[in-house]
Design a protein around this ligand. Structure first.
Ligand code: 3H9
Length: 678
């Protein structure tokens, strides 16, 4: 039974059980409405409590139903029916009341929640607005400013904060939600008039909306849903409830049929699918990991250490010299202090994280670690030497991991006597903040080690994607392909800033050359100024190493403001002439076609080679690690929306290679993740 109703005294308890997250799919909506109507008819029922079984209150509408014809009762009608009921309805909230789930709660006359509950309207993250009254009822309950914040950020708030705002009427003790909700229902059963949220006046005016729009303009650039949120919130201020609800409904319908929401919904499921490894037995128990050894206390090593420390694991941090170790430790301390100062972390949590850290100059101290990860210089000889050393001290069964971003895992594993316990854990900098983790599986990595890496990633709040062992894995392989196409454009006379501007206009946070300046133009440089084989070498030879040197593709002032550099342009120009390259007029549209379609082509190659398990994994990598706008779904989803046949045609028109898999999918009119014909 999805929905059951039990009469306890004069209180009707409606319990919904629709695992895993009690999404408000058709059966739930129908069952809920029927139970409510029955309760309204039963004379002995004085009040109704709506609660959910399992781990959470309703986590929202059932996202998998979007795009299909709506089945009655639709959620807005259900919410209106709850609010209109002649008997009081109490929502009993635990876990997360999200989206349509919070909208149901808003339609109830009272809300009781446990302290650990979180309440939010995350629809904007799916390219939508709340479509079941959220934009009209929330500002009536908590005021325009708080409602704007919640609806446009999409971030949930804890029950305590919700109680302060008037969104929650009573915070129940953890573990006694149902009892307290019943008691609350008994107390309010006779109170009239019923507090109907939709009948309240809206507190506040449009100034709060304008302020929010102004403050967040940069972040919201290019996205349709936040603008629709603003419009719906304005309707809540200006119009009576019924008309406001109609405006909201119209906007919701428009958005749900649009490209951006399709992309964000694709992304939502892509992220969850990424956690699954095809062919891996799901019953494999991960190995227990409590203590992690981190080798190298530079920016990357320190970031990795913090990623574990902050989530309750112990870390032993190793460096080869005392000075480097001190610098790393100071860096970690500073980062925690800053987090505490900014209110992102409590003092206590910061202190506890630091207390879990120990440092050492001696490899022998890593002997008790369950996992040892190295973040040392990106050179095969160095990696192999480090792996041989950790293999000698690590206890049997310990996992040895490398943070390499390009190198061959199998060659590294071969330096040890336990290649089945070697895995790549490619963190992204800053590793304590960036969500993405590429888990690189070597030829001999054992299933249990792989399962452990995935479970560990989840535990430390990372989004893990499995990659096969190939140069640059998933993310950097696409990056390298984009870079080489961008270099081609430079040689044809396109300025770096024009290429960057095209990417920013597309929705990326920055273009490839600003990114290169930020990361260091000299990444991967051979350090021989006399050897100039490409534009990068030419710039490095002239000391233009990027932002850290005050000059790279751009010139930087003291405030790190970038301006186009005449000198960089002259260096690029001289190099191009030396290569006998003719300059030509490149149409603006070609910039994006060539760089982005090249990435799609490379993505198809990753799929054909089995480096990526599925196209949606490539999307997850690029959205999380490289700033591909999530509202464009990731490069592979975007390619499908653009049309694979069109992309193939344009690649050919540019004289660029076309991966056989891409050509095949385009010719068959298939999507990347469609099963391949046998
Ligand atoms: C909405 O409500 C629109 C309305 O305003 C108007 C309508 C007219 N639907 O994340 P997890 C699945 S829009 C369908 O791994 P966690 C998920 O795919 C909705 N399925 O667990 C996964 O399946 P699988 C607004 C859903 O504990 C499984 O449940 N609501 C939905 O890490 C477990 O999910 C949201 O945007 C759904 N709504 O996190 C909330 N939600 O096992 C979206 C989850 O097959 N959900 N699934 O891979 C979340 O944020 C998280 O799932 C939640 C749990 C925090 C609830």
């Amino acid at each position: 039974m999805t929905v059951s109703a039990t009469l306890r005294g004069a209180i009707l308890e409606i319990m919904v059980d629709n695992p895993p997250v009690n999404a408000l799919g058709h059966a739930v909506r129908k069952g809920l409405l029927e139970a409510l109507e029955a309760g309204a008819r039963q004379p002995e029922v004085e009040a109704i409590v709506i609660a959910c079984a399992g781990r959470t209150f309703f986590a929202g509408a059932d996202i998998s139903e979007f795009g299909k014809p709506p089945l009655d009762p639709i959620l807005p009608d259900l919410c209106n029916a709850i609010e209109a009921l002649a008997k009081p309805v109490v929502a009993a909230i635990h876990g997360t009341a999200l989206g349509g789930g919070l909208e149901v709660a808003l339609a109830c006359h009272y809300r009781v929640a446990v302290p650990s509950a979180r309440l939010g309207l995350p629809e904007v993250k799916l390219g939508l607005i709340p479509g079941a009254g959220g934009t009209q009822r929330l500002p009536r309950l908590v005021g325009v400013a708080a409602a704007t914040d919640m609806i446009v950020s999409g971030d949930p708030i804890p029950a305590g904060k919700a109680a302060e705002l008037g969104l929650v009427d009573h915070v129940a003790a953890e573990g006694s939600l149902i009892e307290e909700a019943h008691r609350w229902a008994q107390v309010i059963a006779g109170r009239r008039p019923l507090p109907r949220t939709g009948e309240r006046p809206v507190a506040g005016d449009a100034a709060a909306i304008d302020r929010y729009a102004e403050t967040h303009a940069r972040k919201l650039r290019g996205q349709t849903a936040p603008q629709a949120c603003f419009e719906a919130l304005r309707a809540a201020i200006d119009l009576p409830l019924a008309e406001g609800l109609a405006v909201e409904r119209g906007l919701f319908r428009q958005l749900v049929a649009g490209d951006q929401s399709a992309a964000l919904r694709h992304y939502f499921f892509a992220e969850r699918r990424a956690a699954r490894i095809d062919g891996l037995d799901a019953s494999i128990e991960p190995l227990p990991i409590e203590t992690v050894g981190v080798i190298g206390a530079g920016t990357m090593g320190a970031g990795i250490a913090m990623a574990f420390l902050s989530k309750g694991l112990r870390v032993v941090l190793l460096e080869t010299g005392a000075d480097a170790l001190d610098r790393g430790l100071a860096n970690i301390r500073r980062t925690y202090e800053a987090s505490v100062a900014k209110g992102r972390m409590t003092q206590e949590a910061g202190d506890q994280a630091l207390a879990r850290l120990s440092t050492t100059l001696d490899y022998a101290a890593l002997g008790g670690c369950d996992l040892i990860i190295e973040a040392v210089f990106e050179l095969m000889a160095v990696k192999r030497e480090v792996f041989a050393r950790i293999d000698a001290v690590a206890r049997p069964g310990a996992i040895l991991a490398t943070n390499t971003s390009y190198l061959d895992i199998d060659e590294i594993a071969a330096a040890t006597g336990r290649p089945d316990h070697v895995v790549g854990l490619h963190f992204f900098s800053p590793a304590n903040i960036m969500k993405l983790l590429e888990v690189v599986r070597g030829a001999r990595t054992s299933p249990r080690v792989l399962a452990t890496a995935m479970a560990l990633a989840k535990r430390i709040g990372k989004i893990a994607v499995v990659a096969g062992n190939g140069y640059g894995f998933i993310g950097n392989r696409l990056l390298a392909r984009r870079r080489s196409e961008a270099f081609e454009l430079l040689l044809e006379g396109v300025a770096p800033w024009d290429i960057d501007e095209a990417h920013v206009g597309f929705g990326m946070p920055m273009g490839p050359f600003r990114m290169s300046d930020l990361a260091g133009v000299d990444i991967g440089w051979h350090r021989d100024p006399a050897r100039v084989e490409n534009v990068r070498d030419a710039l490095c030879a002239a000391g233009r190493l990027g932002q850290k040197a005050g000059k790279g593709y751009y010139d930087y002032d003291e405030a790190r403001q970038a301006t186009p550099s005449a000198e960089a342009l002259a260096i690029i120009d001289a190099f191009a002439r030396g290569q006998g390259r003719a300059r030509r007029d490149v149409p603006r549209d070609d910039i994006l076609e060539r760089t982005l379609y090249a990435m799609v082509d490379e993505g198809a190659r990753l799929l054909a080679e089995g480096i990526a398990q599925r196209a949606s994994d490539i999307d997850v990598v690029w959205v999380n690690g490289y700033g591909w706008p999530s509202y464009l779904g990731g490069p592979m989803h975007w390619a499908e929306r653009t049309g694979l046949a069109h992309i193939v045609e344009r690649l050919r028109a540019h004289g660029m290679p076309v991966a056989p898999l891409l050509a095949e999918k385009a010719a068959r009119g298939e999507r990347f993740d469609d099963p391949r014909p046998a």
